[in-house]
Ligand binder design. Sequence first.
Ligand SMILES: NC(=O)C1=CN([C@@H]2O[C@H](COP(=O)(O)OP(=O)(O)OC[C@H]3O[C@@H](n4cnc5c(N)ncnc54)[C@H](OP(=O)(O)O)[C@@H]3O)[C@@H](O)[C@H]2O)C=CC1
Ligand SMILES: CC(=O)[C@@H](O)[C@H](O)COP(=O)(O)O
Ligand SMILES: [Mn+2]
Length: 387
Amino acid sequence: MKVQHVAVLGATGSIGQNSLDVIASHPDRYRVHSLSGFSNMALLAREVDRFKPRVAVVPTQKAEQELKRLLSCSVDVLVGEQALVDIASHSDVDIVIAAIVGAAGLRSSLAAAKAGKRLLLANKESLVVAGSLFMDEVKRSGTELLPIDSEHNAILQCLPVSQQLSSVKSILLTASGGPFREFTQQQLEAVTPAQAIAHPNWPMGRKISVDSASLMNKGLELIEACWLFDVQPSDIEVVVHPQSVIHSMVRYLDGSVIAQLGAPDMRTPIAYGLAYPERIHSGSDDLSFDALLNLTFDRPDEQRFPCLRLAKEAFSVGGTLPAVLNAANEVAVAAFLEKKISFVQIPVINEETMHQMISTRVESLDQLIEVDAEARQLAAELIGVRS
Ligand SMILES: NC(=O)C1=CN([C@@H]2O[C@H](COP(=O)(O)OP(=O)(O)OC[C@H]3O[C@@H](n4cnc5c(N)ncnc54)[C@H](OP(=O)(O)O)[C@@H]3O)[C@@H](O)[C@H]2O)C=CC1
Ligand SMILES: CC(=O)[C@@H](O)[C@H](O)COP(=O)(O)O
Ligand SMILES: [Mn+2]
């Protein structure tokens, strides 16, 4: 078996760490070619010492100095966003794990798609911001795009092998409902960042945890699914399933519903993406069927959690509007985490930013990056007025 060389973008984050855990247990199959970090140089140094990659990527020269001071082994240290693009498209790299959070991951994941790498995509924001450009590159380059977002990985596993969608009636996208699923509007007004990042089932980074709590994560995932599986929002039913045991389902014309189940452990979709079409050990616990005694289902409440509605609206209008929503949301979530706005103001900022910007046809990456910057500025101004 030929060893596959892996670039892990966002190695110091939750997905990055889960990925390295799977990779570490299969040294016969995978070797780390490169690792990137952003603020956590101590952890990046430890992982460089452990995996001995050829390259480490950091954002600034100051970070480079810090990393070098902490390292016990030698590694080529590259600096800046272009370095992420360079490793994502490097000829020695077979597999790219795109695990940077937010629109900051777009350029490098797009570079991996352009270069025809096997791409394990966690960075859903890439598809929200630049879905049409991204999928065009995937088709042109023939890249193997394997979503490792748990729901989309589940959907992929439940779809017909031929990927012929004519026998599929709908996609059932599951949502845990987050930590505030049963909160009243009044309770939502008082929630703290610490409560919002305490996801009931999945330990994750702070941004996605807040998105899960606001149902923005489900909105982003709905858009992600539309691009990945070439469907419309009306083809997707969001089903609240608080236990996160069923990771999503596909409903067929003949009445069958196929579901993918598993313990809530991101190492399962990561292992699936790494080894596809084979199956390898991921380190996940076996699913306990005792847990299945309590599976429950509900509908999402778009009154208390308007972000899901906003995502549907943004995708339906199309053009640059999903990029605007994504940018506004990143700014609003950061402001909430810094206690500058309340939790219930996140959808308000997102909606006002969306409604104050005009959606235009998507033409290029540079255009989307400009739109992203403009929307961030507007969202920051709207927050400034409120705080
Ligand atoms: N966590 C999960 O279980 C899941 C996550 N996802 C998606 O995966 C992505 C990563 O999420 P998660 O791992 O939770 O996030 P984390 O916040 O845990 O990790 C983010 C990673 O990105 C790096 N990073 C942060 N900002 C930048 C930047 N501006 N430029 C370059 N690198 C940066 C961080 O570096 P550092 O830490 O050194 O600052 C870290 O390595 C997100 O898009 C998320 O939606 C999808 C499904 C599940
Ligand atoms: C693990 C994963 O894929 C996350 O996106 C998770 O699904 C978040 O859960 P909810 O958004 O359903 O709360
Ligand atoms: Mn998910």
